[in-house]
Ligand binder design. Structure first.
Ligand code: IPE
Ligand code: IPE
Ligand code: MG
Length: 226
């Protein structure tokens, strides 16, 4: 269905794993695990629906405030997720990208991530994962680099963002009913369309993505013109 109304770049704030688990009287970790399944479905759906770049908010720079057990569950999930999905990603021509300061993770995770970056580098479509990501920190880093190079401007800051080589953000989706950005892609969202849905992330599927793309196609983007 790729045409002029298909967004090139979709980003998703994958929220609601904890509430999904709570509703079922399950531990939060189960919500995160099912969230991993939703990631698999969504990557496939993007391929099917012709979305060239998908950016997923997986761990924010503020998520370190969670308790140790939950953080350790999330890290283990990340280890398992890479192991279980790397071959599929290569086969599906998905190129992994990471935005955020992922080098702050434990060394074995950094190693696994870098191995995955390397193995998927030939892919055609992009899956960018935001890990230990905070948009304000990203903008501050980019502005500092731009200043060090002697020119601070919209263009020079944009060129130093973690997303510099990704297509412009067209559509931002947040699940779970919260209507806020939680320090995600603040700069990149300047003219992105936004969709907030009550669906909890572990329930998100191709039908929900399709509905969001249909809604996007009905929007009129004006970028300040008339
Ligand atoms: C999103 O689900 C996953 C991460 C932030 C890692 P939450 O864990 O925030 O789920 P809720 O918001 O508590 O339901
Ligand atoms: C945003 O969700 C971060 C991710 C989805 C990874 P949070 O659950 O951390 O956001 P707040 O705390 O509700 O704003
Ligand atoms: Mg949340």
């Amino acid at each position: 269905m790729t045409d002029a109304t298909t967004p090139r770049h979709v980003a998703i704030i994958m929220d609601g794993n904890g509430r999904w688990a709570k509703k079922r009287h399950l531990p939060r970790a189960m919500g995160h695990r099912e969230g991993g399944e939703a990631v698999r479905r969504t990557v496939r759906a993007c391929e099917k629906l012709g979305v060239e770049c998908l950016t997923l908010y997986a761990f924010s720079s503020e998520n370190w405030k969670r308790d140790e057990e939950e953080i350790s569950d999330l890290m283990n999930l990340m280890r398992r997720f890479i192991e279980a999905n790397l071959d599929d990603m290569v086969e599906q021509q998905v190129k992994l990208r990471i935005i955020g300061d992922y080098k702050a993770f434990q060394p074995d995770i950094v190693e696994r991530l870098e191995h995955a970056l390397d193995k998927t580098s030939g892919g055609q479509r992009t899956l960018a994962v935001a890990l230990n990501y905070g948009s304000q920190q990203e903008i501050a880093r980019a502005a500092a680099k731009a200043a060090a190079a002697g020119e601070v401007s919209v263009e020079s800051i944009a060129a130093n963002l973690d997303t510099a080589d990704l297509p412009p953000l067209d559509l931002l989706i947040r699940t779970s009913g919260e209507v806020r950005l939680s320090n995600f892609l603040l700069w990149q969202s300047a003219y992105a369309e936004m969709i907030f849905t009550d669906v909890l992330w572990p329930d998100f599927d191709e039908g929900h993505l399709r509905a969001a793309l249909e809604e996007f196609a009905r929007r009129e983007r004006r970028y300040g013109g008339r």
